[in-house]
Design a protein around this ligand. Sequence first.
Ligand code: BES
Ligand code: MN
Ligand code: ZN
Length: 492
Amino acid sequence: MKISFAAQRPTGSYTLAIPLWSEDMLADRLSGLGDGARALAAGAAQAQRFEREAASVAELFVEDNGGARRLLLVGLGGSRSDDALFEKVGGALTARLLASGETRLVVDLSGLGIDAAAAARLAYGASARAWRYDVYRTKLPRKQKPTLEEVVIVGAGEGVEAAWERMSALLAGVEFTRELVTEPANIIFPVSFVERCRSRLEPLGVEFEVLEEEQMRALGMLALLGVGQGSQQPSRLLVMRWNGGAASAKPVVFVGKGITFDTGGISIKPAAGMEAMKWDMGGAGAVAGAMLAIAGRKAKANVVGICALAENMPDGTAQRPGDVVTSMSGQTIEVINTDAEGRLVLCDAITWAQRNIRPDVLVDLATLTGAMIISLGHEYAGLFSNDDGLAAQLQAAGQATGDRLWRMPVGENYDKLIDSPIADIKNVGPREGGSITAATFLQRFVEPGVKWAHLDVAGTVWSDKAGHLHDKGATGYGVALLDRLIADNFER
Ligand code: BES
Ligand code: MN
Ligand code: ZN
């Protein structure tokens, strides 16, 4: 989507959108139109029961300069407390117009009394909601093809270009994550995931380090390697470094679960719905997108993004239930269920990060458990942490961006549920509290002094229905959250 800013409404053909607070006088906001058009708009609003609820839209055509102009009235509601209001408004407008036949939208903010940041967020919402991935659709009917190409925002005020430049880096990150998550598993597997990231992130100055299987074997990362051992696709550990901060500042580490396809392995999943497991790399996808956003806006912080990449397949060479593997930490793990593979790749990635980066703060993201969806549905991701300060920073970032988090417990009483009779730890606990024992498993690999948070994003990286900022499909969850965590807490 092409975004531009202007002081006045342009000439020519376009759809005009007029946002309205609940207390605004309609006639004032429509002052650029004639009397007839204003009366029509008032009648049409009433006929459509348009009551200016946040991001609600009424649509009509009016006579303007001798032609017909599509006019959208868009509600802002009455409360000024929703940080993400203008993103939702932008999203509602493009959702309405994307395949409407219209090519250009003009949103007139003059007289609304909003700042440049809100205008940039409107542009962000409009662009984010318009994203789609049609590369495999060779027969899309003409009427379903997107037509909207450009959004012009009028009256945004000073500094909007700078605010937009910053937000467009975030947009690029979210779009990249959605692309990775949407791609099927025959296209995105560990090696191609690395190469797709490299092509997008290296040009921005992100440093790449890639561990291949022999290197991981030499380091003793046998928990991670065990997961990929039944696959034709070799596993990888991808490390991306952004050095935008002071040389002395310890990096913040993000670790993502990157199972490019999860069949369950020998503990194979049922056939119905298994295609969803192409997005079992959503945590790694969010880490990659966040690195793109952070590097794209040249954040003044040191951040390392690590993706633990493997494909979980059943095979004659696959690991079996009951196998015991030794992790890089030295702890032995009894693999009770090969479908609890996310924690196995993450524990070695977390150990590698602690040994090699020595961070104070480590946040992992993973589509770790189906139980998370049972607990929180699709509205919040689960947050597990050993540090109240870090948990509060993450929840604040979630509130500000709309990538919301709900805190869940971890600790002692859950920990004994994953003791193994043969090894140090087993990879599953009882059915009850499945997301919590999964998090507790990871916690056993967190070294003293490290502030750690685990985000179980199983319910939020993919959506079966459209939302304010996304169509159905990949949401890009986590990118805005991590970008904001850095911006608000770790930049010099
Ligand atoms: N990737 C899945 C979790 C998942 C399920 C994410 C559905 C999104 C939607 C994970 O690897 C898994 O299979 N977890 C098991 C753990 C169980 C065997 C303890 C689960 O949740 O059933
Ligand atoms: Mn699994
Ligand atoms: Zn999985």
